[in-house]
Design a protein around this ligand. Structure first.
Ligand SMILES: NC(=O)c1ccc[n+]([C@@H]2O[C@H](COP(=O)([O-])OP(=O)(O)OC[C@H]3O[C@@H](n4cnc5c(N)ncnc54)[C@H](OP(=O)(O)O)[C@@H]3O)[C@@H](O)[C@H]2O)c1
Length: 266
């Protein structure tokens, strides 16, 4: 889909990667509806965006009615970029039931409900795009990430299943799956260092992948250095091998540092 003059709902717009996406989408000529929980942060972001016609939609996607209220507020859009998420890290036994429910709702249920609510408008116009922001955590399980893994594996399954229903409609669905992202976002905010073997990407790389997903027909775009992509594919093919590598002291330590650094976002 050509992005120029299209209306895009971007959730998680105030986050490290969301900001980069908002700027790229606006620079491409889209009218961006930036969404998140903070009116002030969203208004500031919308003012910074190049182009015109941008707007703000405040929504708490951790609430049971959050996704449907947001969809009702924005009405018809050409494109949904479902980017909002919680890091959802920590040992399962350390998380409260309420935290787990919120993580599942923000990361998995909300993207599905938003897609379901916005899809009819796209189908009626015969064009549209849904971009779901996944993760390499949707291909490889890691210590302290069971709930995050569940949501990101779930998003991939949702996208790949849905794409079969959209054949011939002019509407597409893609997953953009970043690995570790430096400089901004939930991993950078944790203060942890990415394992050197996997490498990192930038928020701008992720924003470029979102633009590519909208413009093209790829079902999944992975955003990581080639070694990180290869290792994630091996983990997908052999979960046991991936588990043996990550179960060691180094893997446990890295996972613990990341989870501790993200504990304030539960
Ligand atoms: N950073 C990475 O290394 C990395 C790697 C792989 C995948 N990803 C994925 O990339 C996406 C963006 O992550 P990020 O790194 O930019 O994270 P981030 O900086 O923590 O931003 C998260 C965004 O989600 C929004 N959000 C959180 N809880 C919400 C709620 N209850 N209702 C509505 N919005 C809510 C936040 O908005 P407010 O707090 O302002 O409401 C914020 O805009 C996520 O899907 C993440 O899983 C990130």
């Amino acid at each position: 889909m050509e992005i120029e003059a299209k209306t895009v709902l971007l959730t998680g717009a105030t986050g490290g990667l969301g900001r980069a996406m908002a700027l790229r989408l606006a620079a491409g000529g889209a009218r961006v509806i930036v969404s998140g929980r903070s009116q002030a942060a969203l208004a500031e972001l919308a003012d910074e965006l190049p182009g015109s016609g941008h707007s703000v939609a405040v929504a708490d996607l951790g609430r049971a009615d959050g996704a449907l209220q947001l969809a009702a507020e924005v009405g018809t859009v050409d494109c949904l970029v479902a980017n909002a998420a919680l890091p959802a890290t920590g040992r399962l036994t350390e998380l409260s039931g309420e935290q787990v429910a919120r993580m599942l709702r923000v990361n998995l249920e909300s993207p599905i409900l938003l897609t379901q609510a916005l899809l009819p408008g796209m189908l009626e116009s015969g064009r549209g795009k849904v971009v779901l922001i996944g993760s390499l955590a949707g291909k490889a399980g890691s210590p302290r990430s069971s709930v995050y893994n569940a949501t990101k594996f779930g998003l991939r399954g949702f996208a790949f299943g849905l794409s079969g229903d959209l054949v011939g409609t002019g509407v597409g669905v893609s997953v953009v799956a970043p690995g570790f992202v430096r400089d901004a976002g939930m991993f950078a905010d944790s203060g942890a260092k990415a394992p050197a073997v996997l490498g990192t990407a930038t928020p701008a790389d992720v924003a470029d992948a979102v633009m590519k997903a909208i413009a093209g027909e790829k079902m999944e775009i992975t955003v990581a250095p080639v070694k990180g992509r290869a290792i994630a594919h091996i983990a997908l093919a052999s979960p046991s091998l991936s588990h043996r590598i990550q179960a060691g002291a180094a893997g446990q330590k890295t996972a613990e540092i990341v989870a501790e650094g993200q504990a304030d976002k539960r």
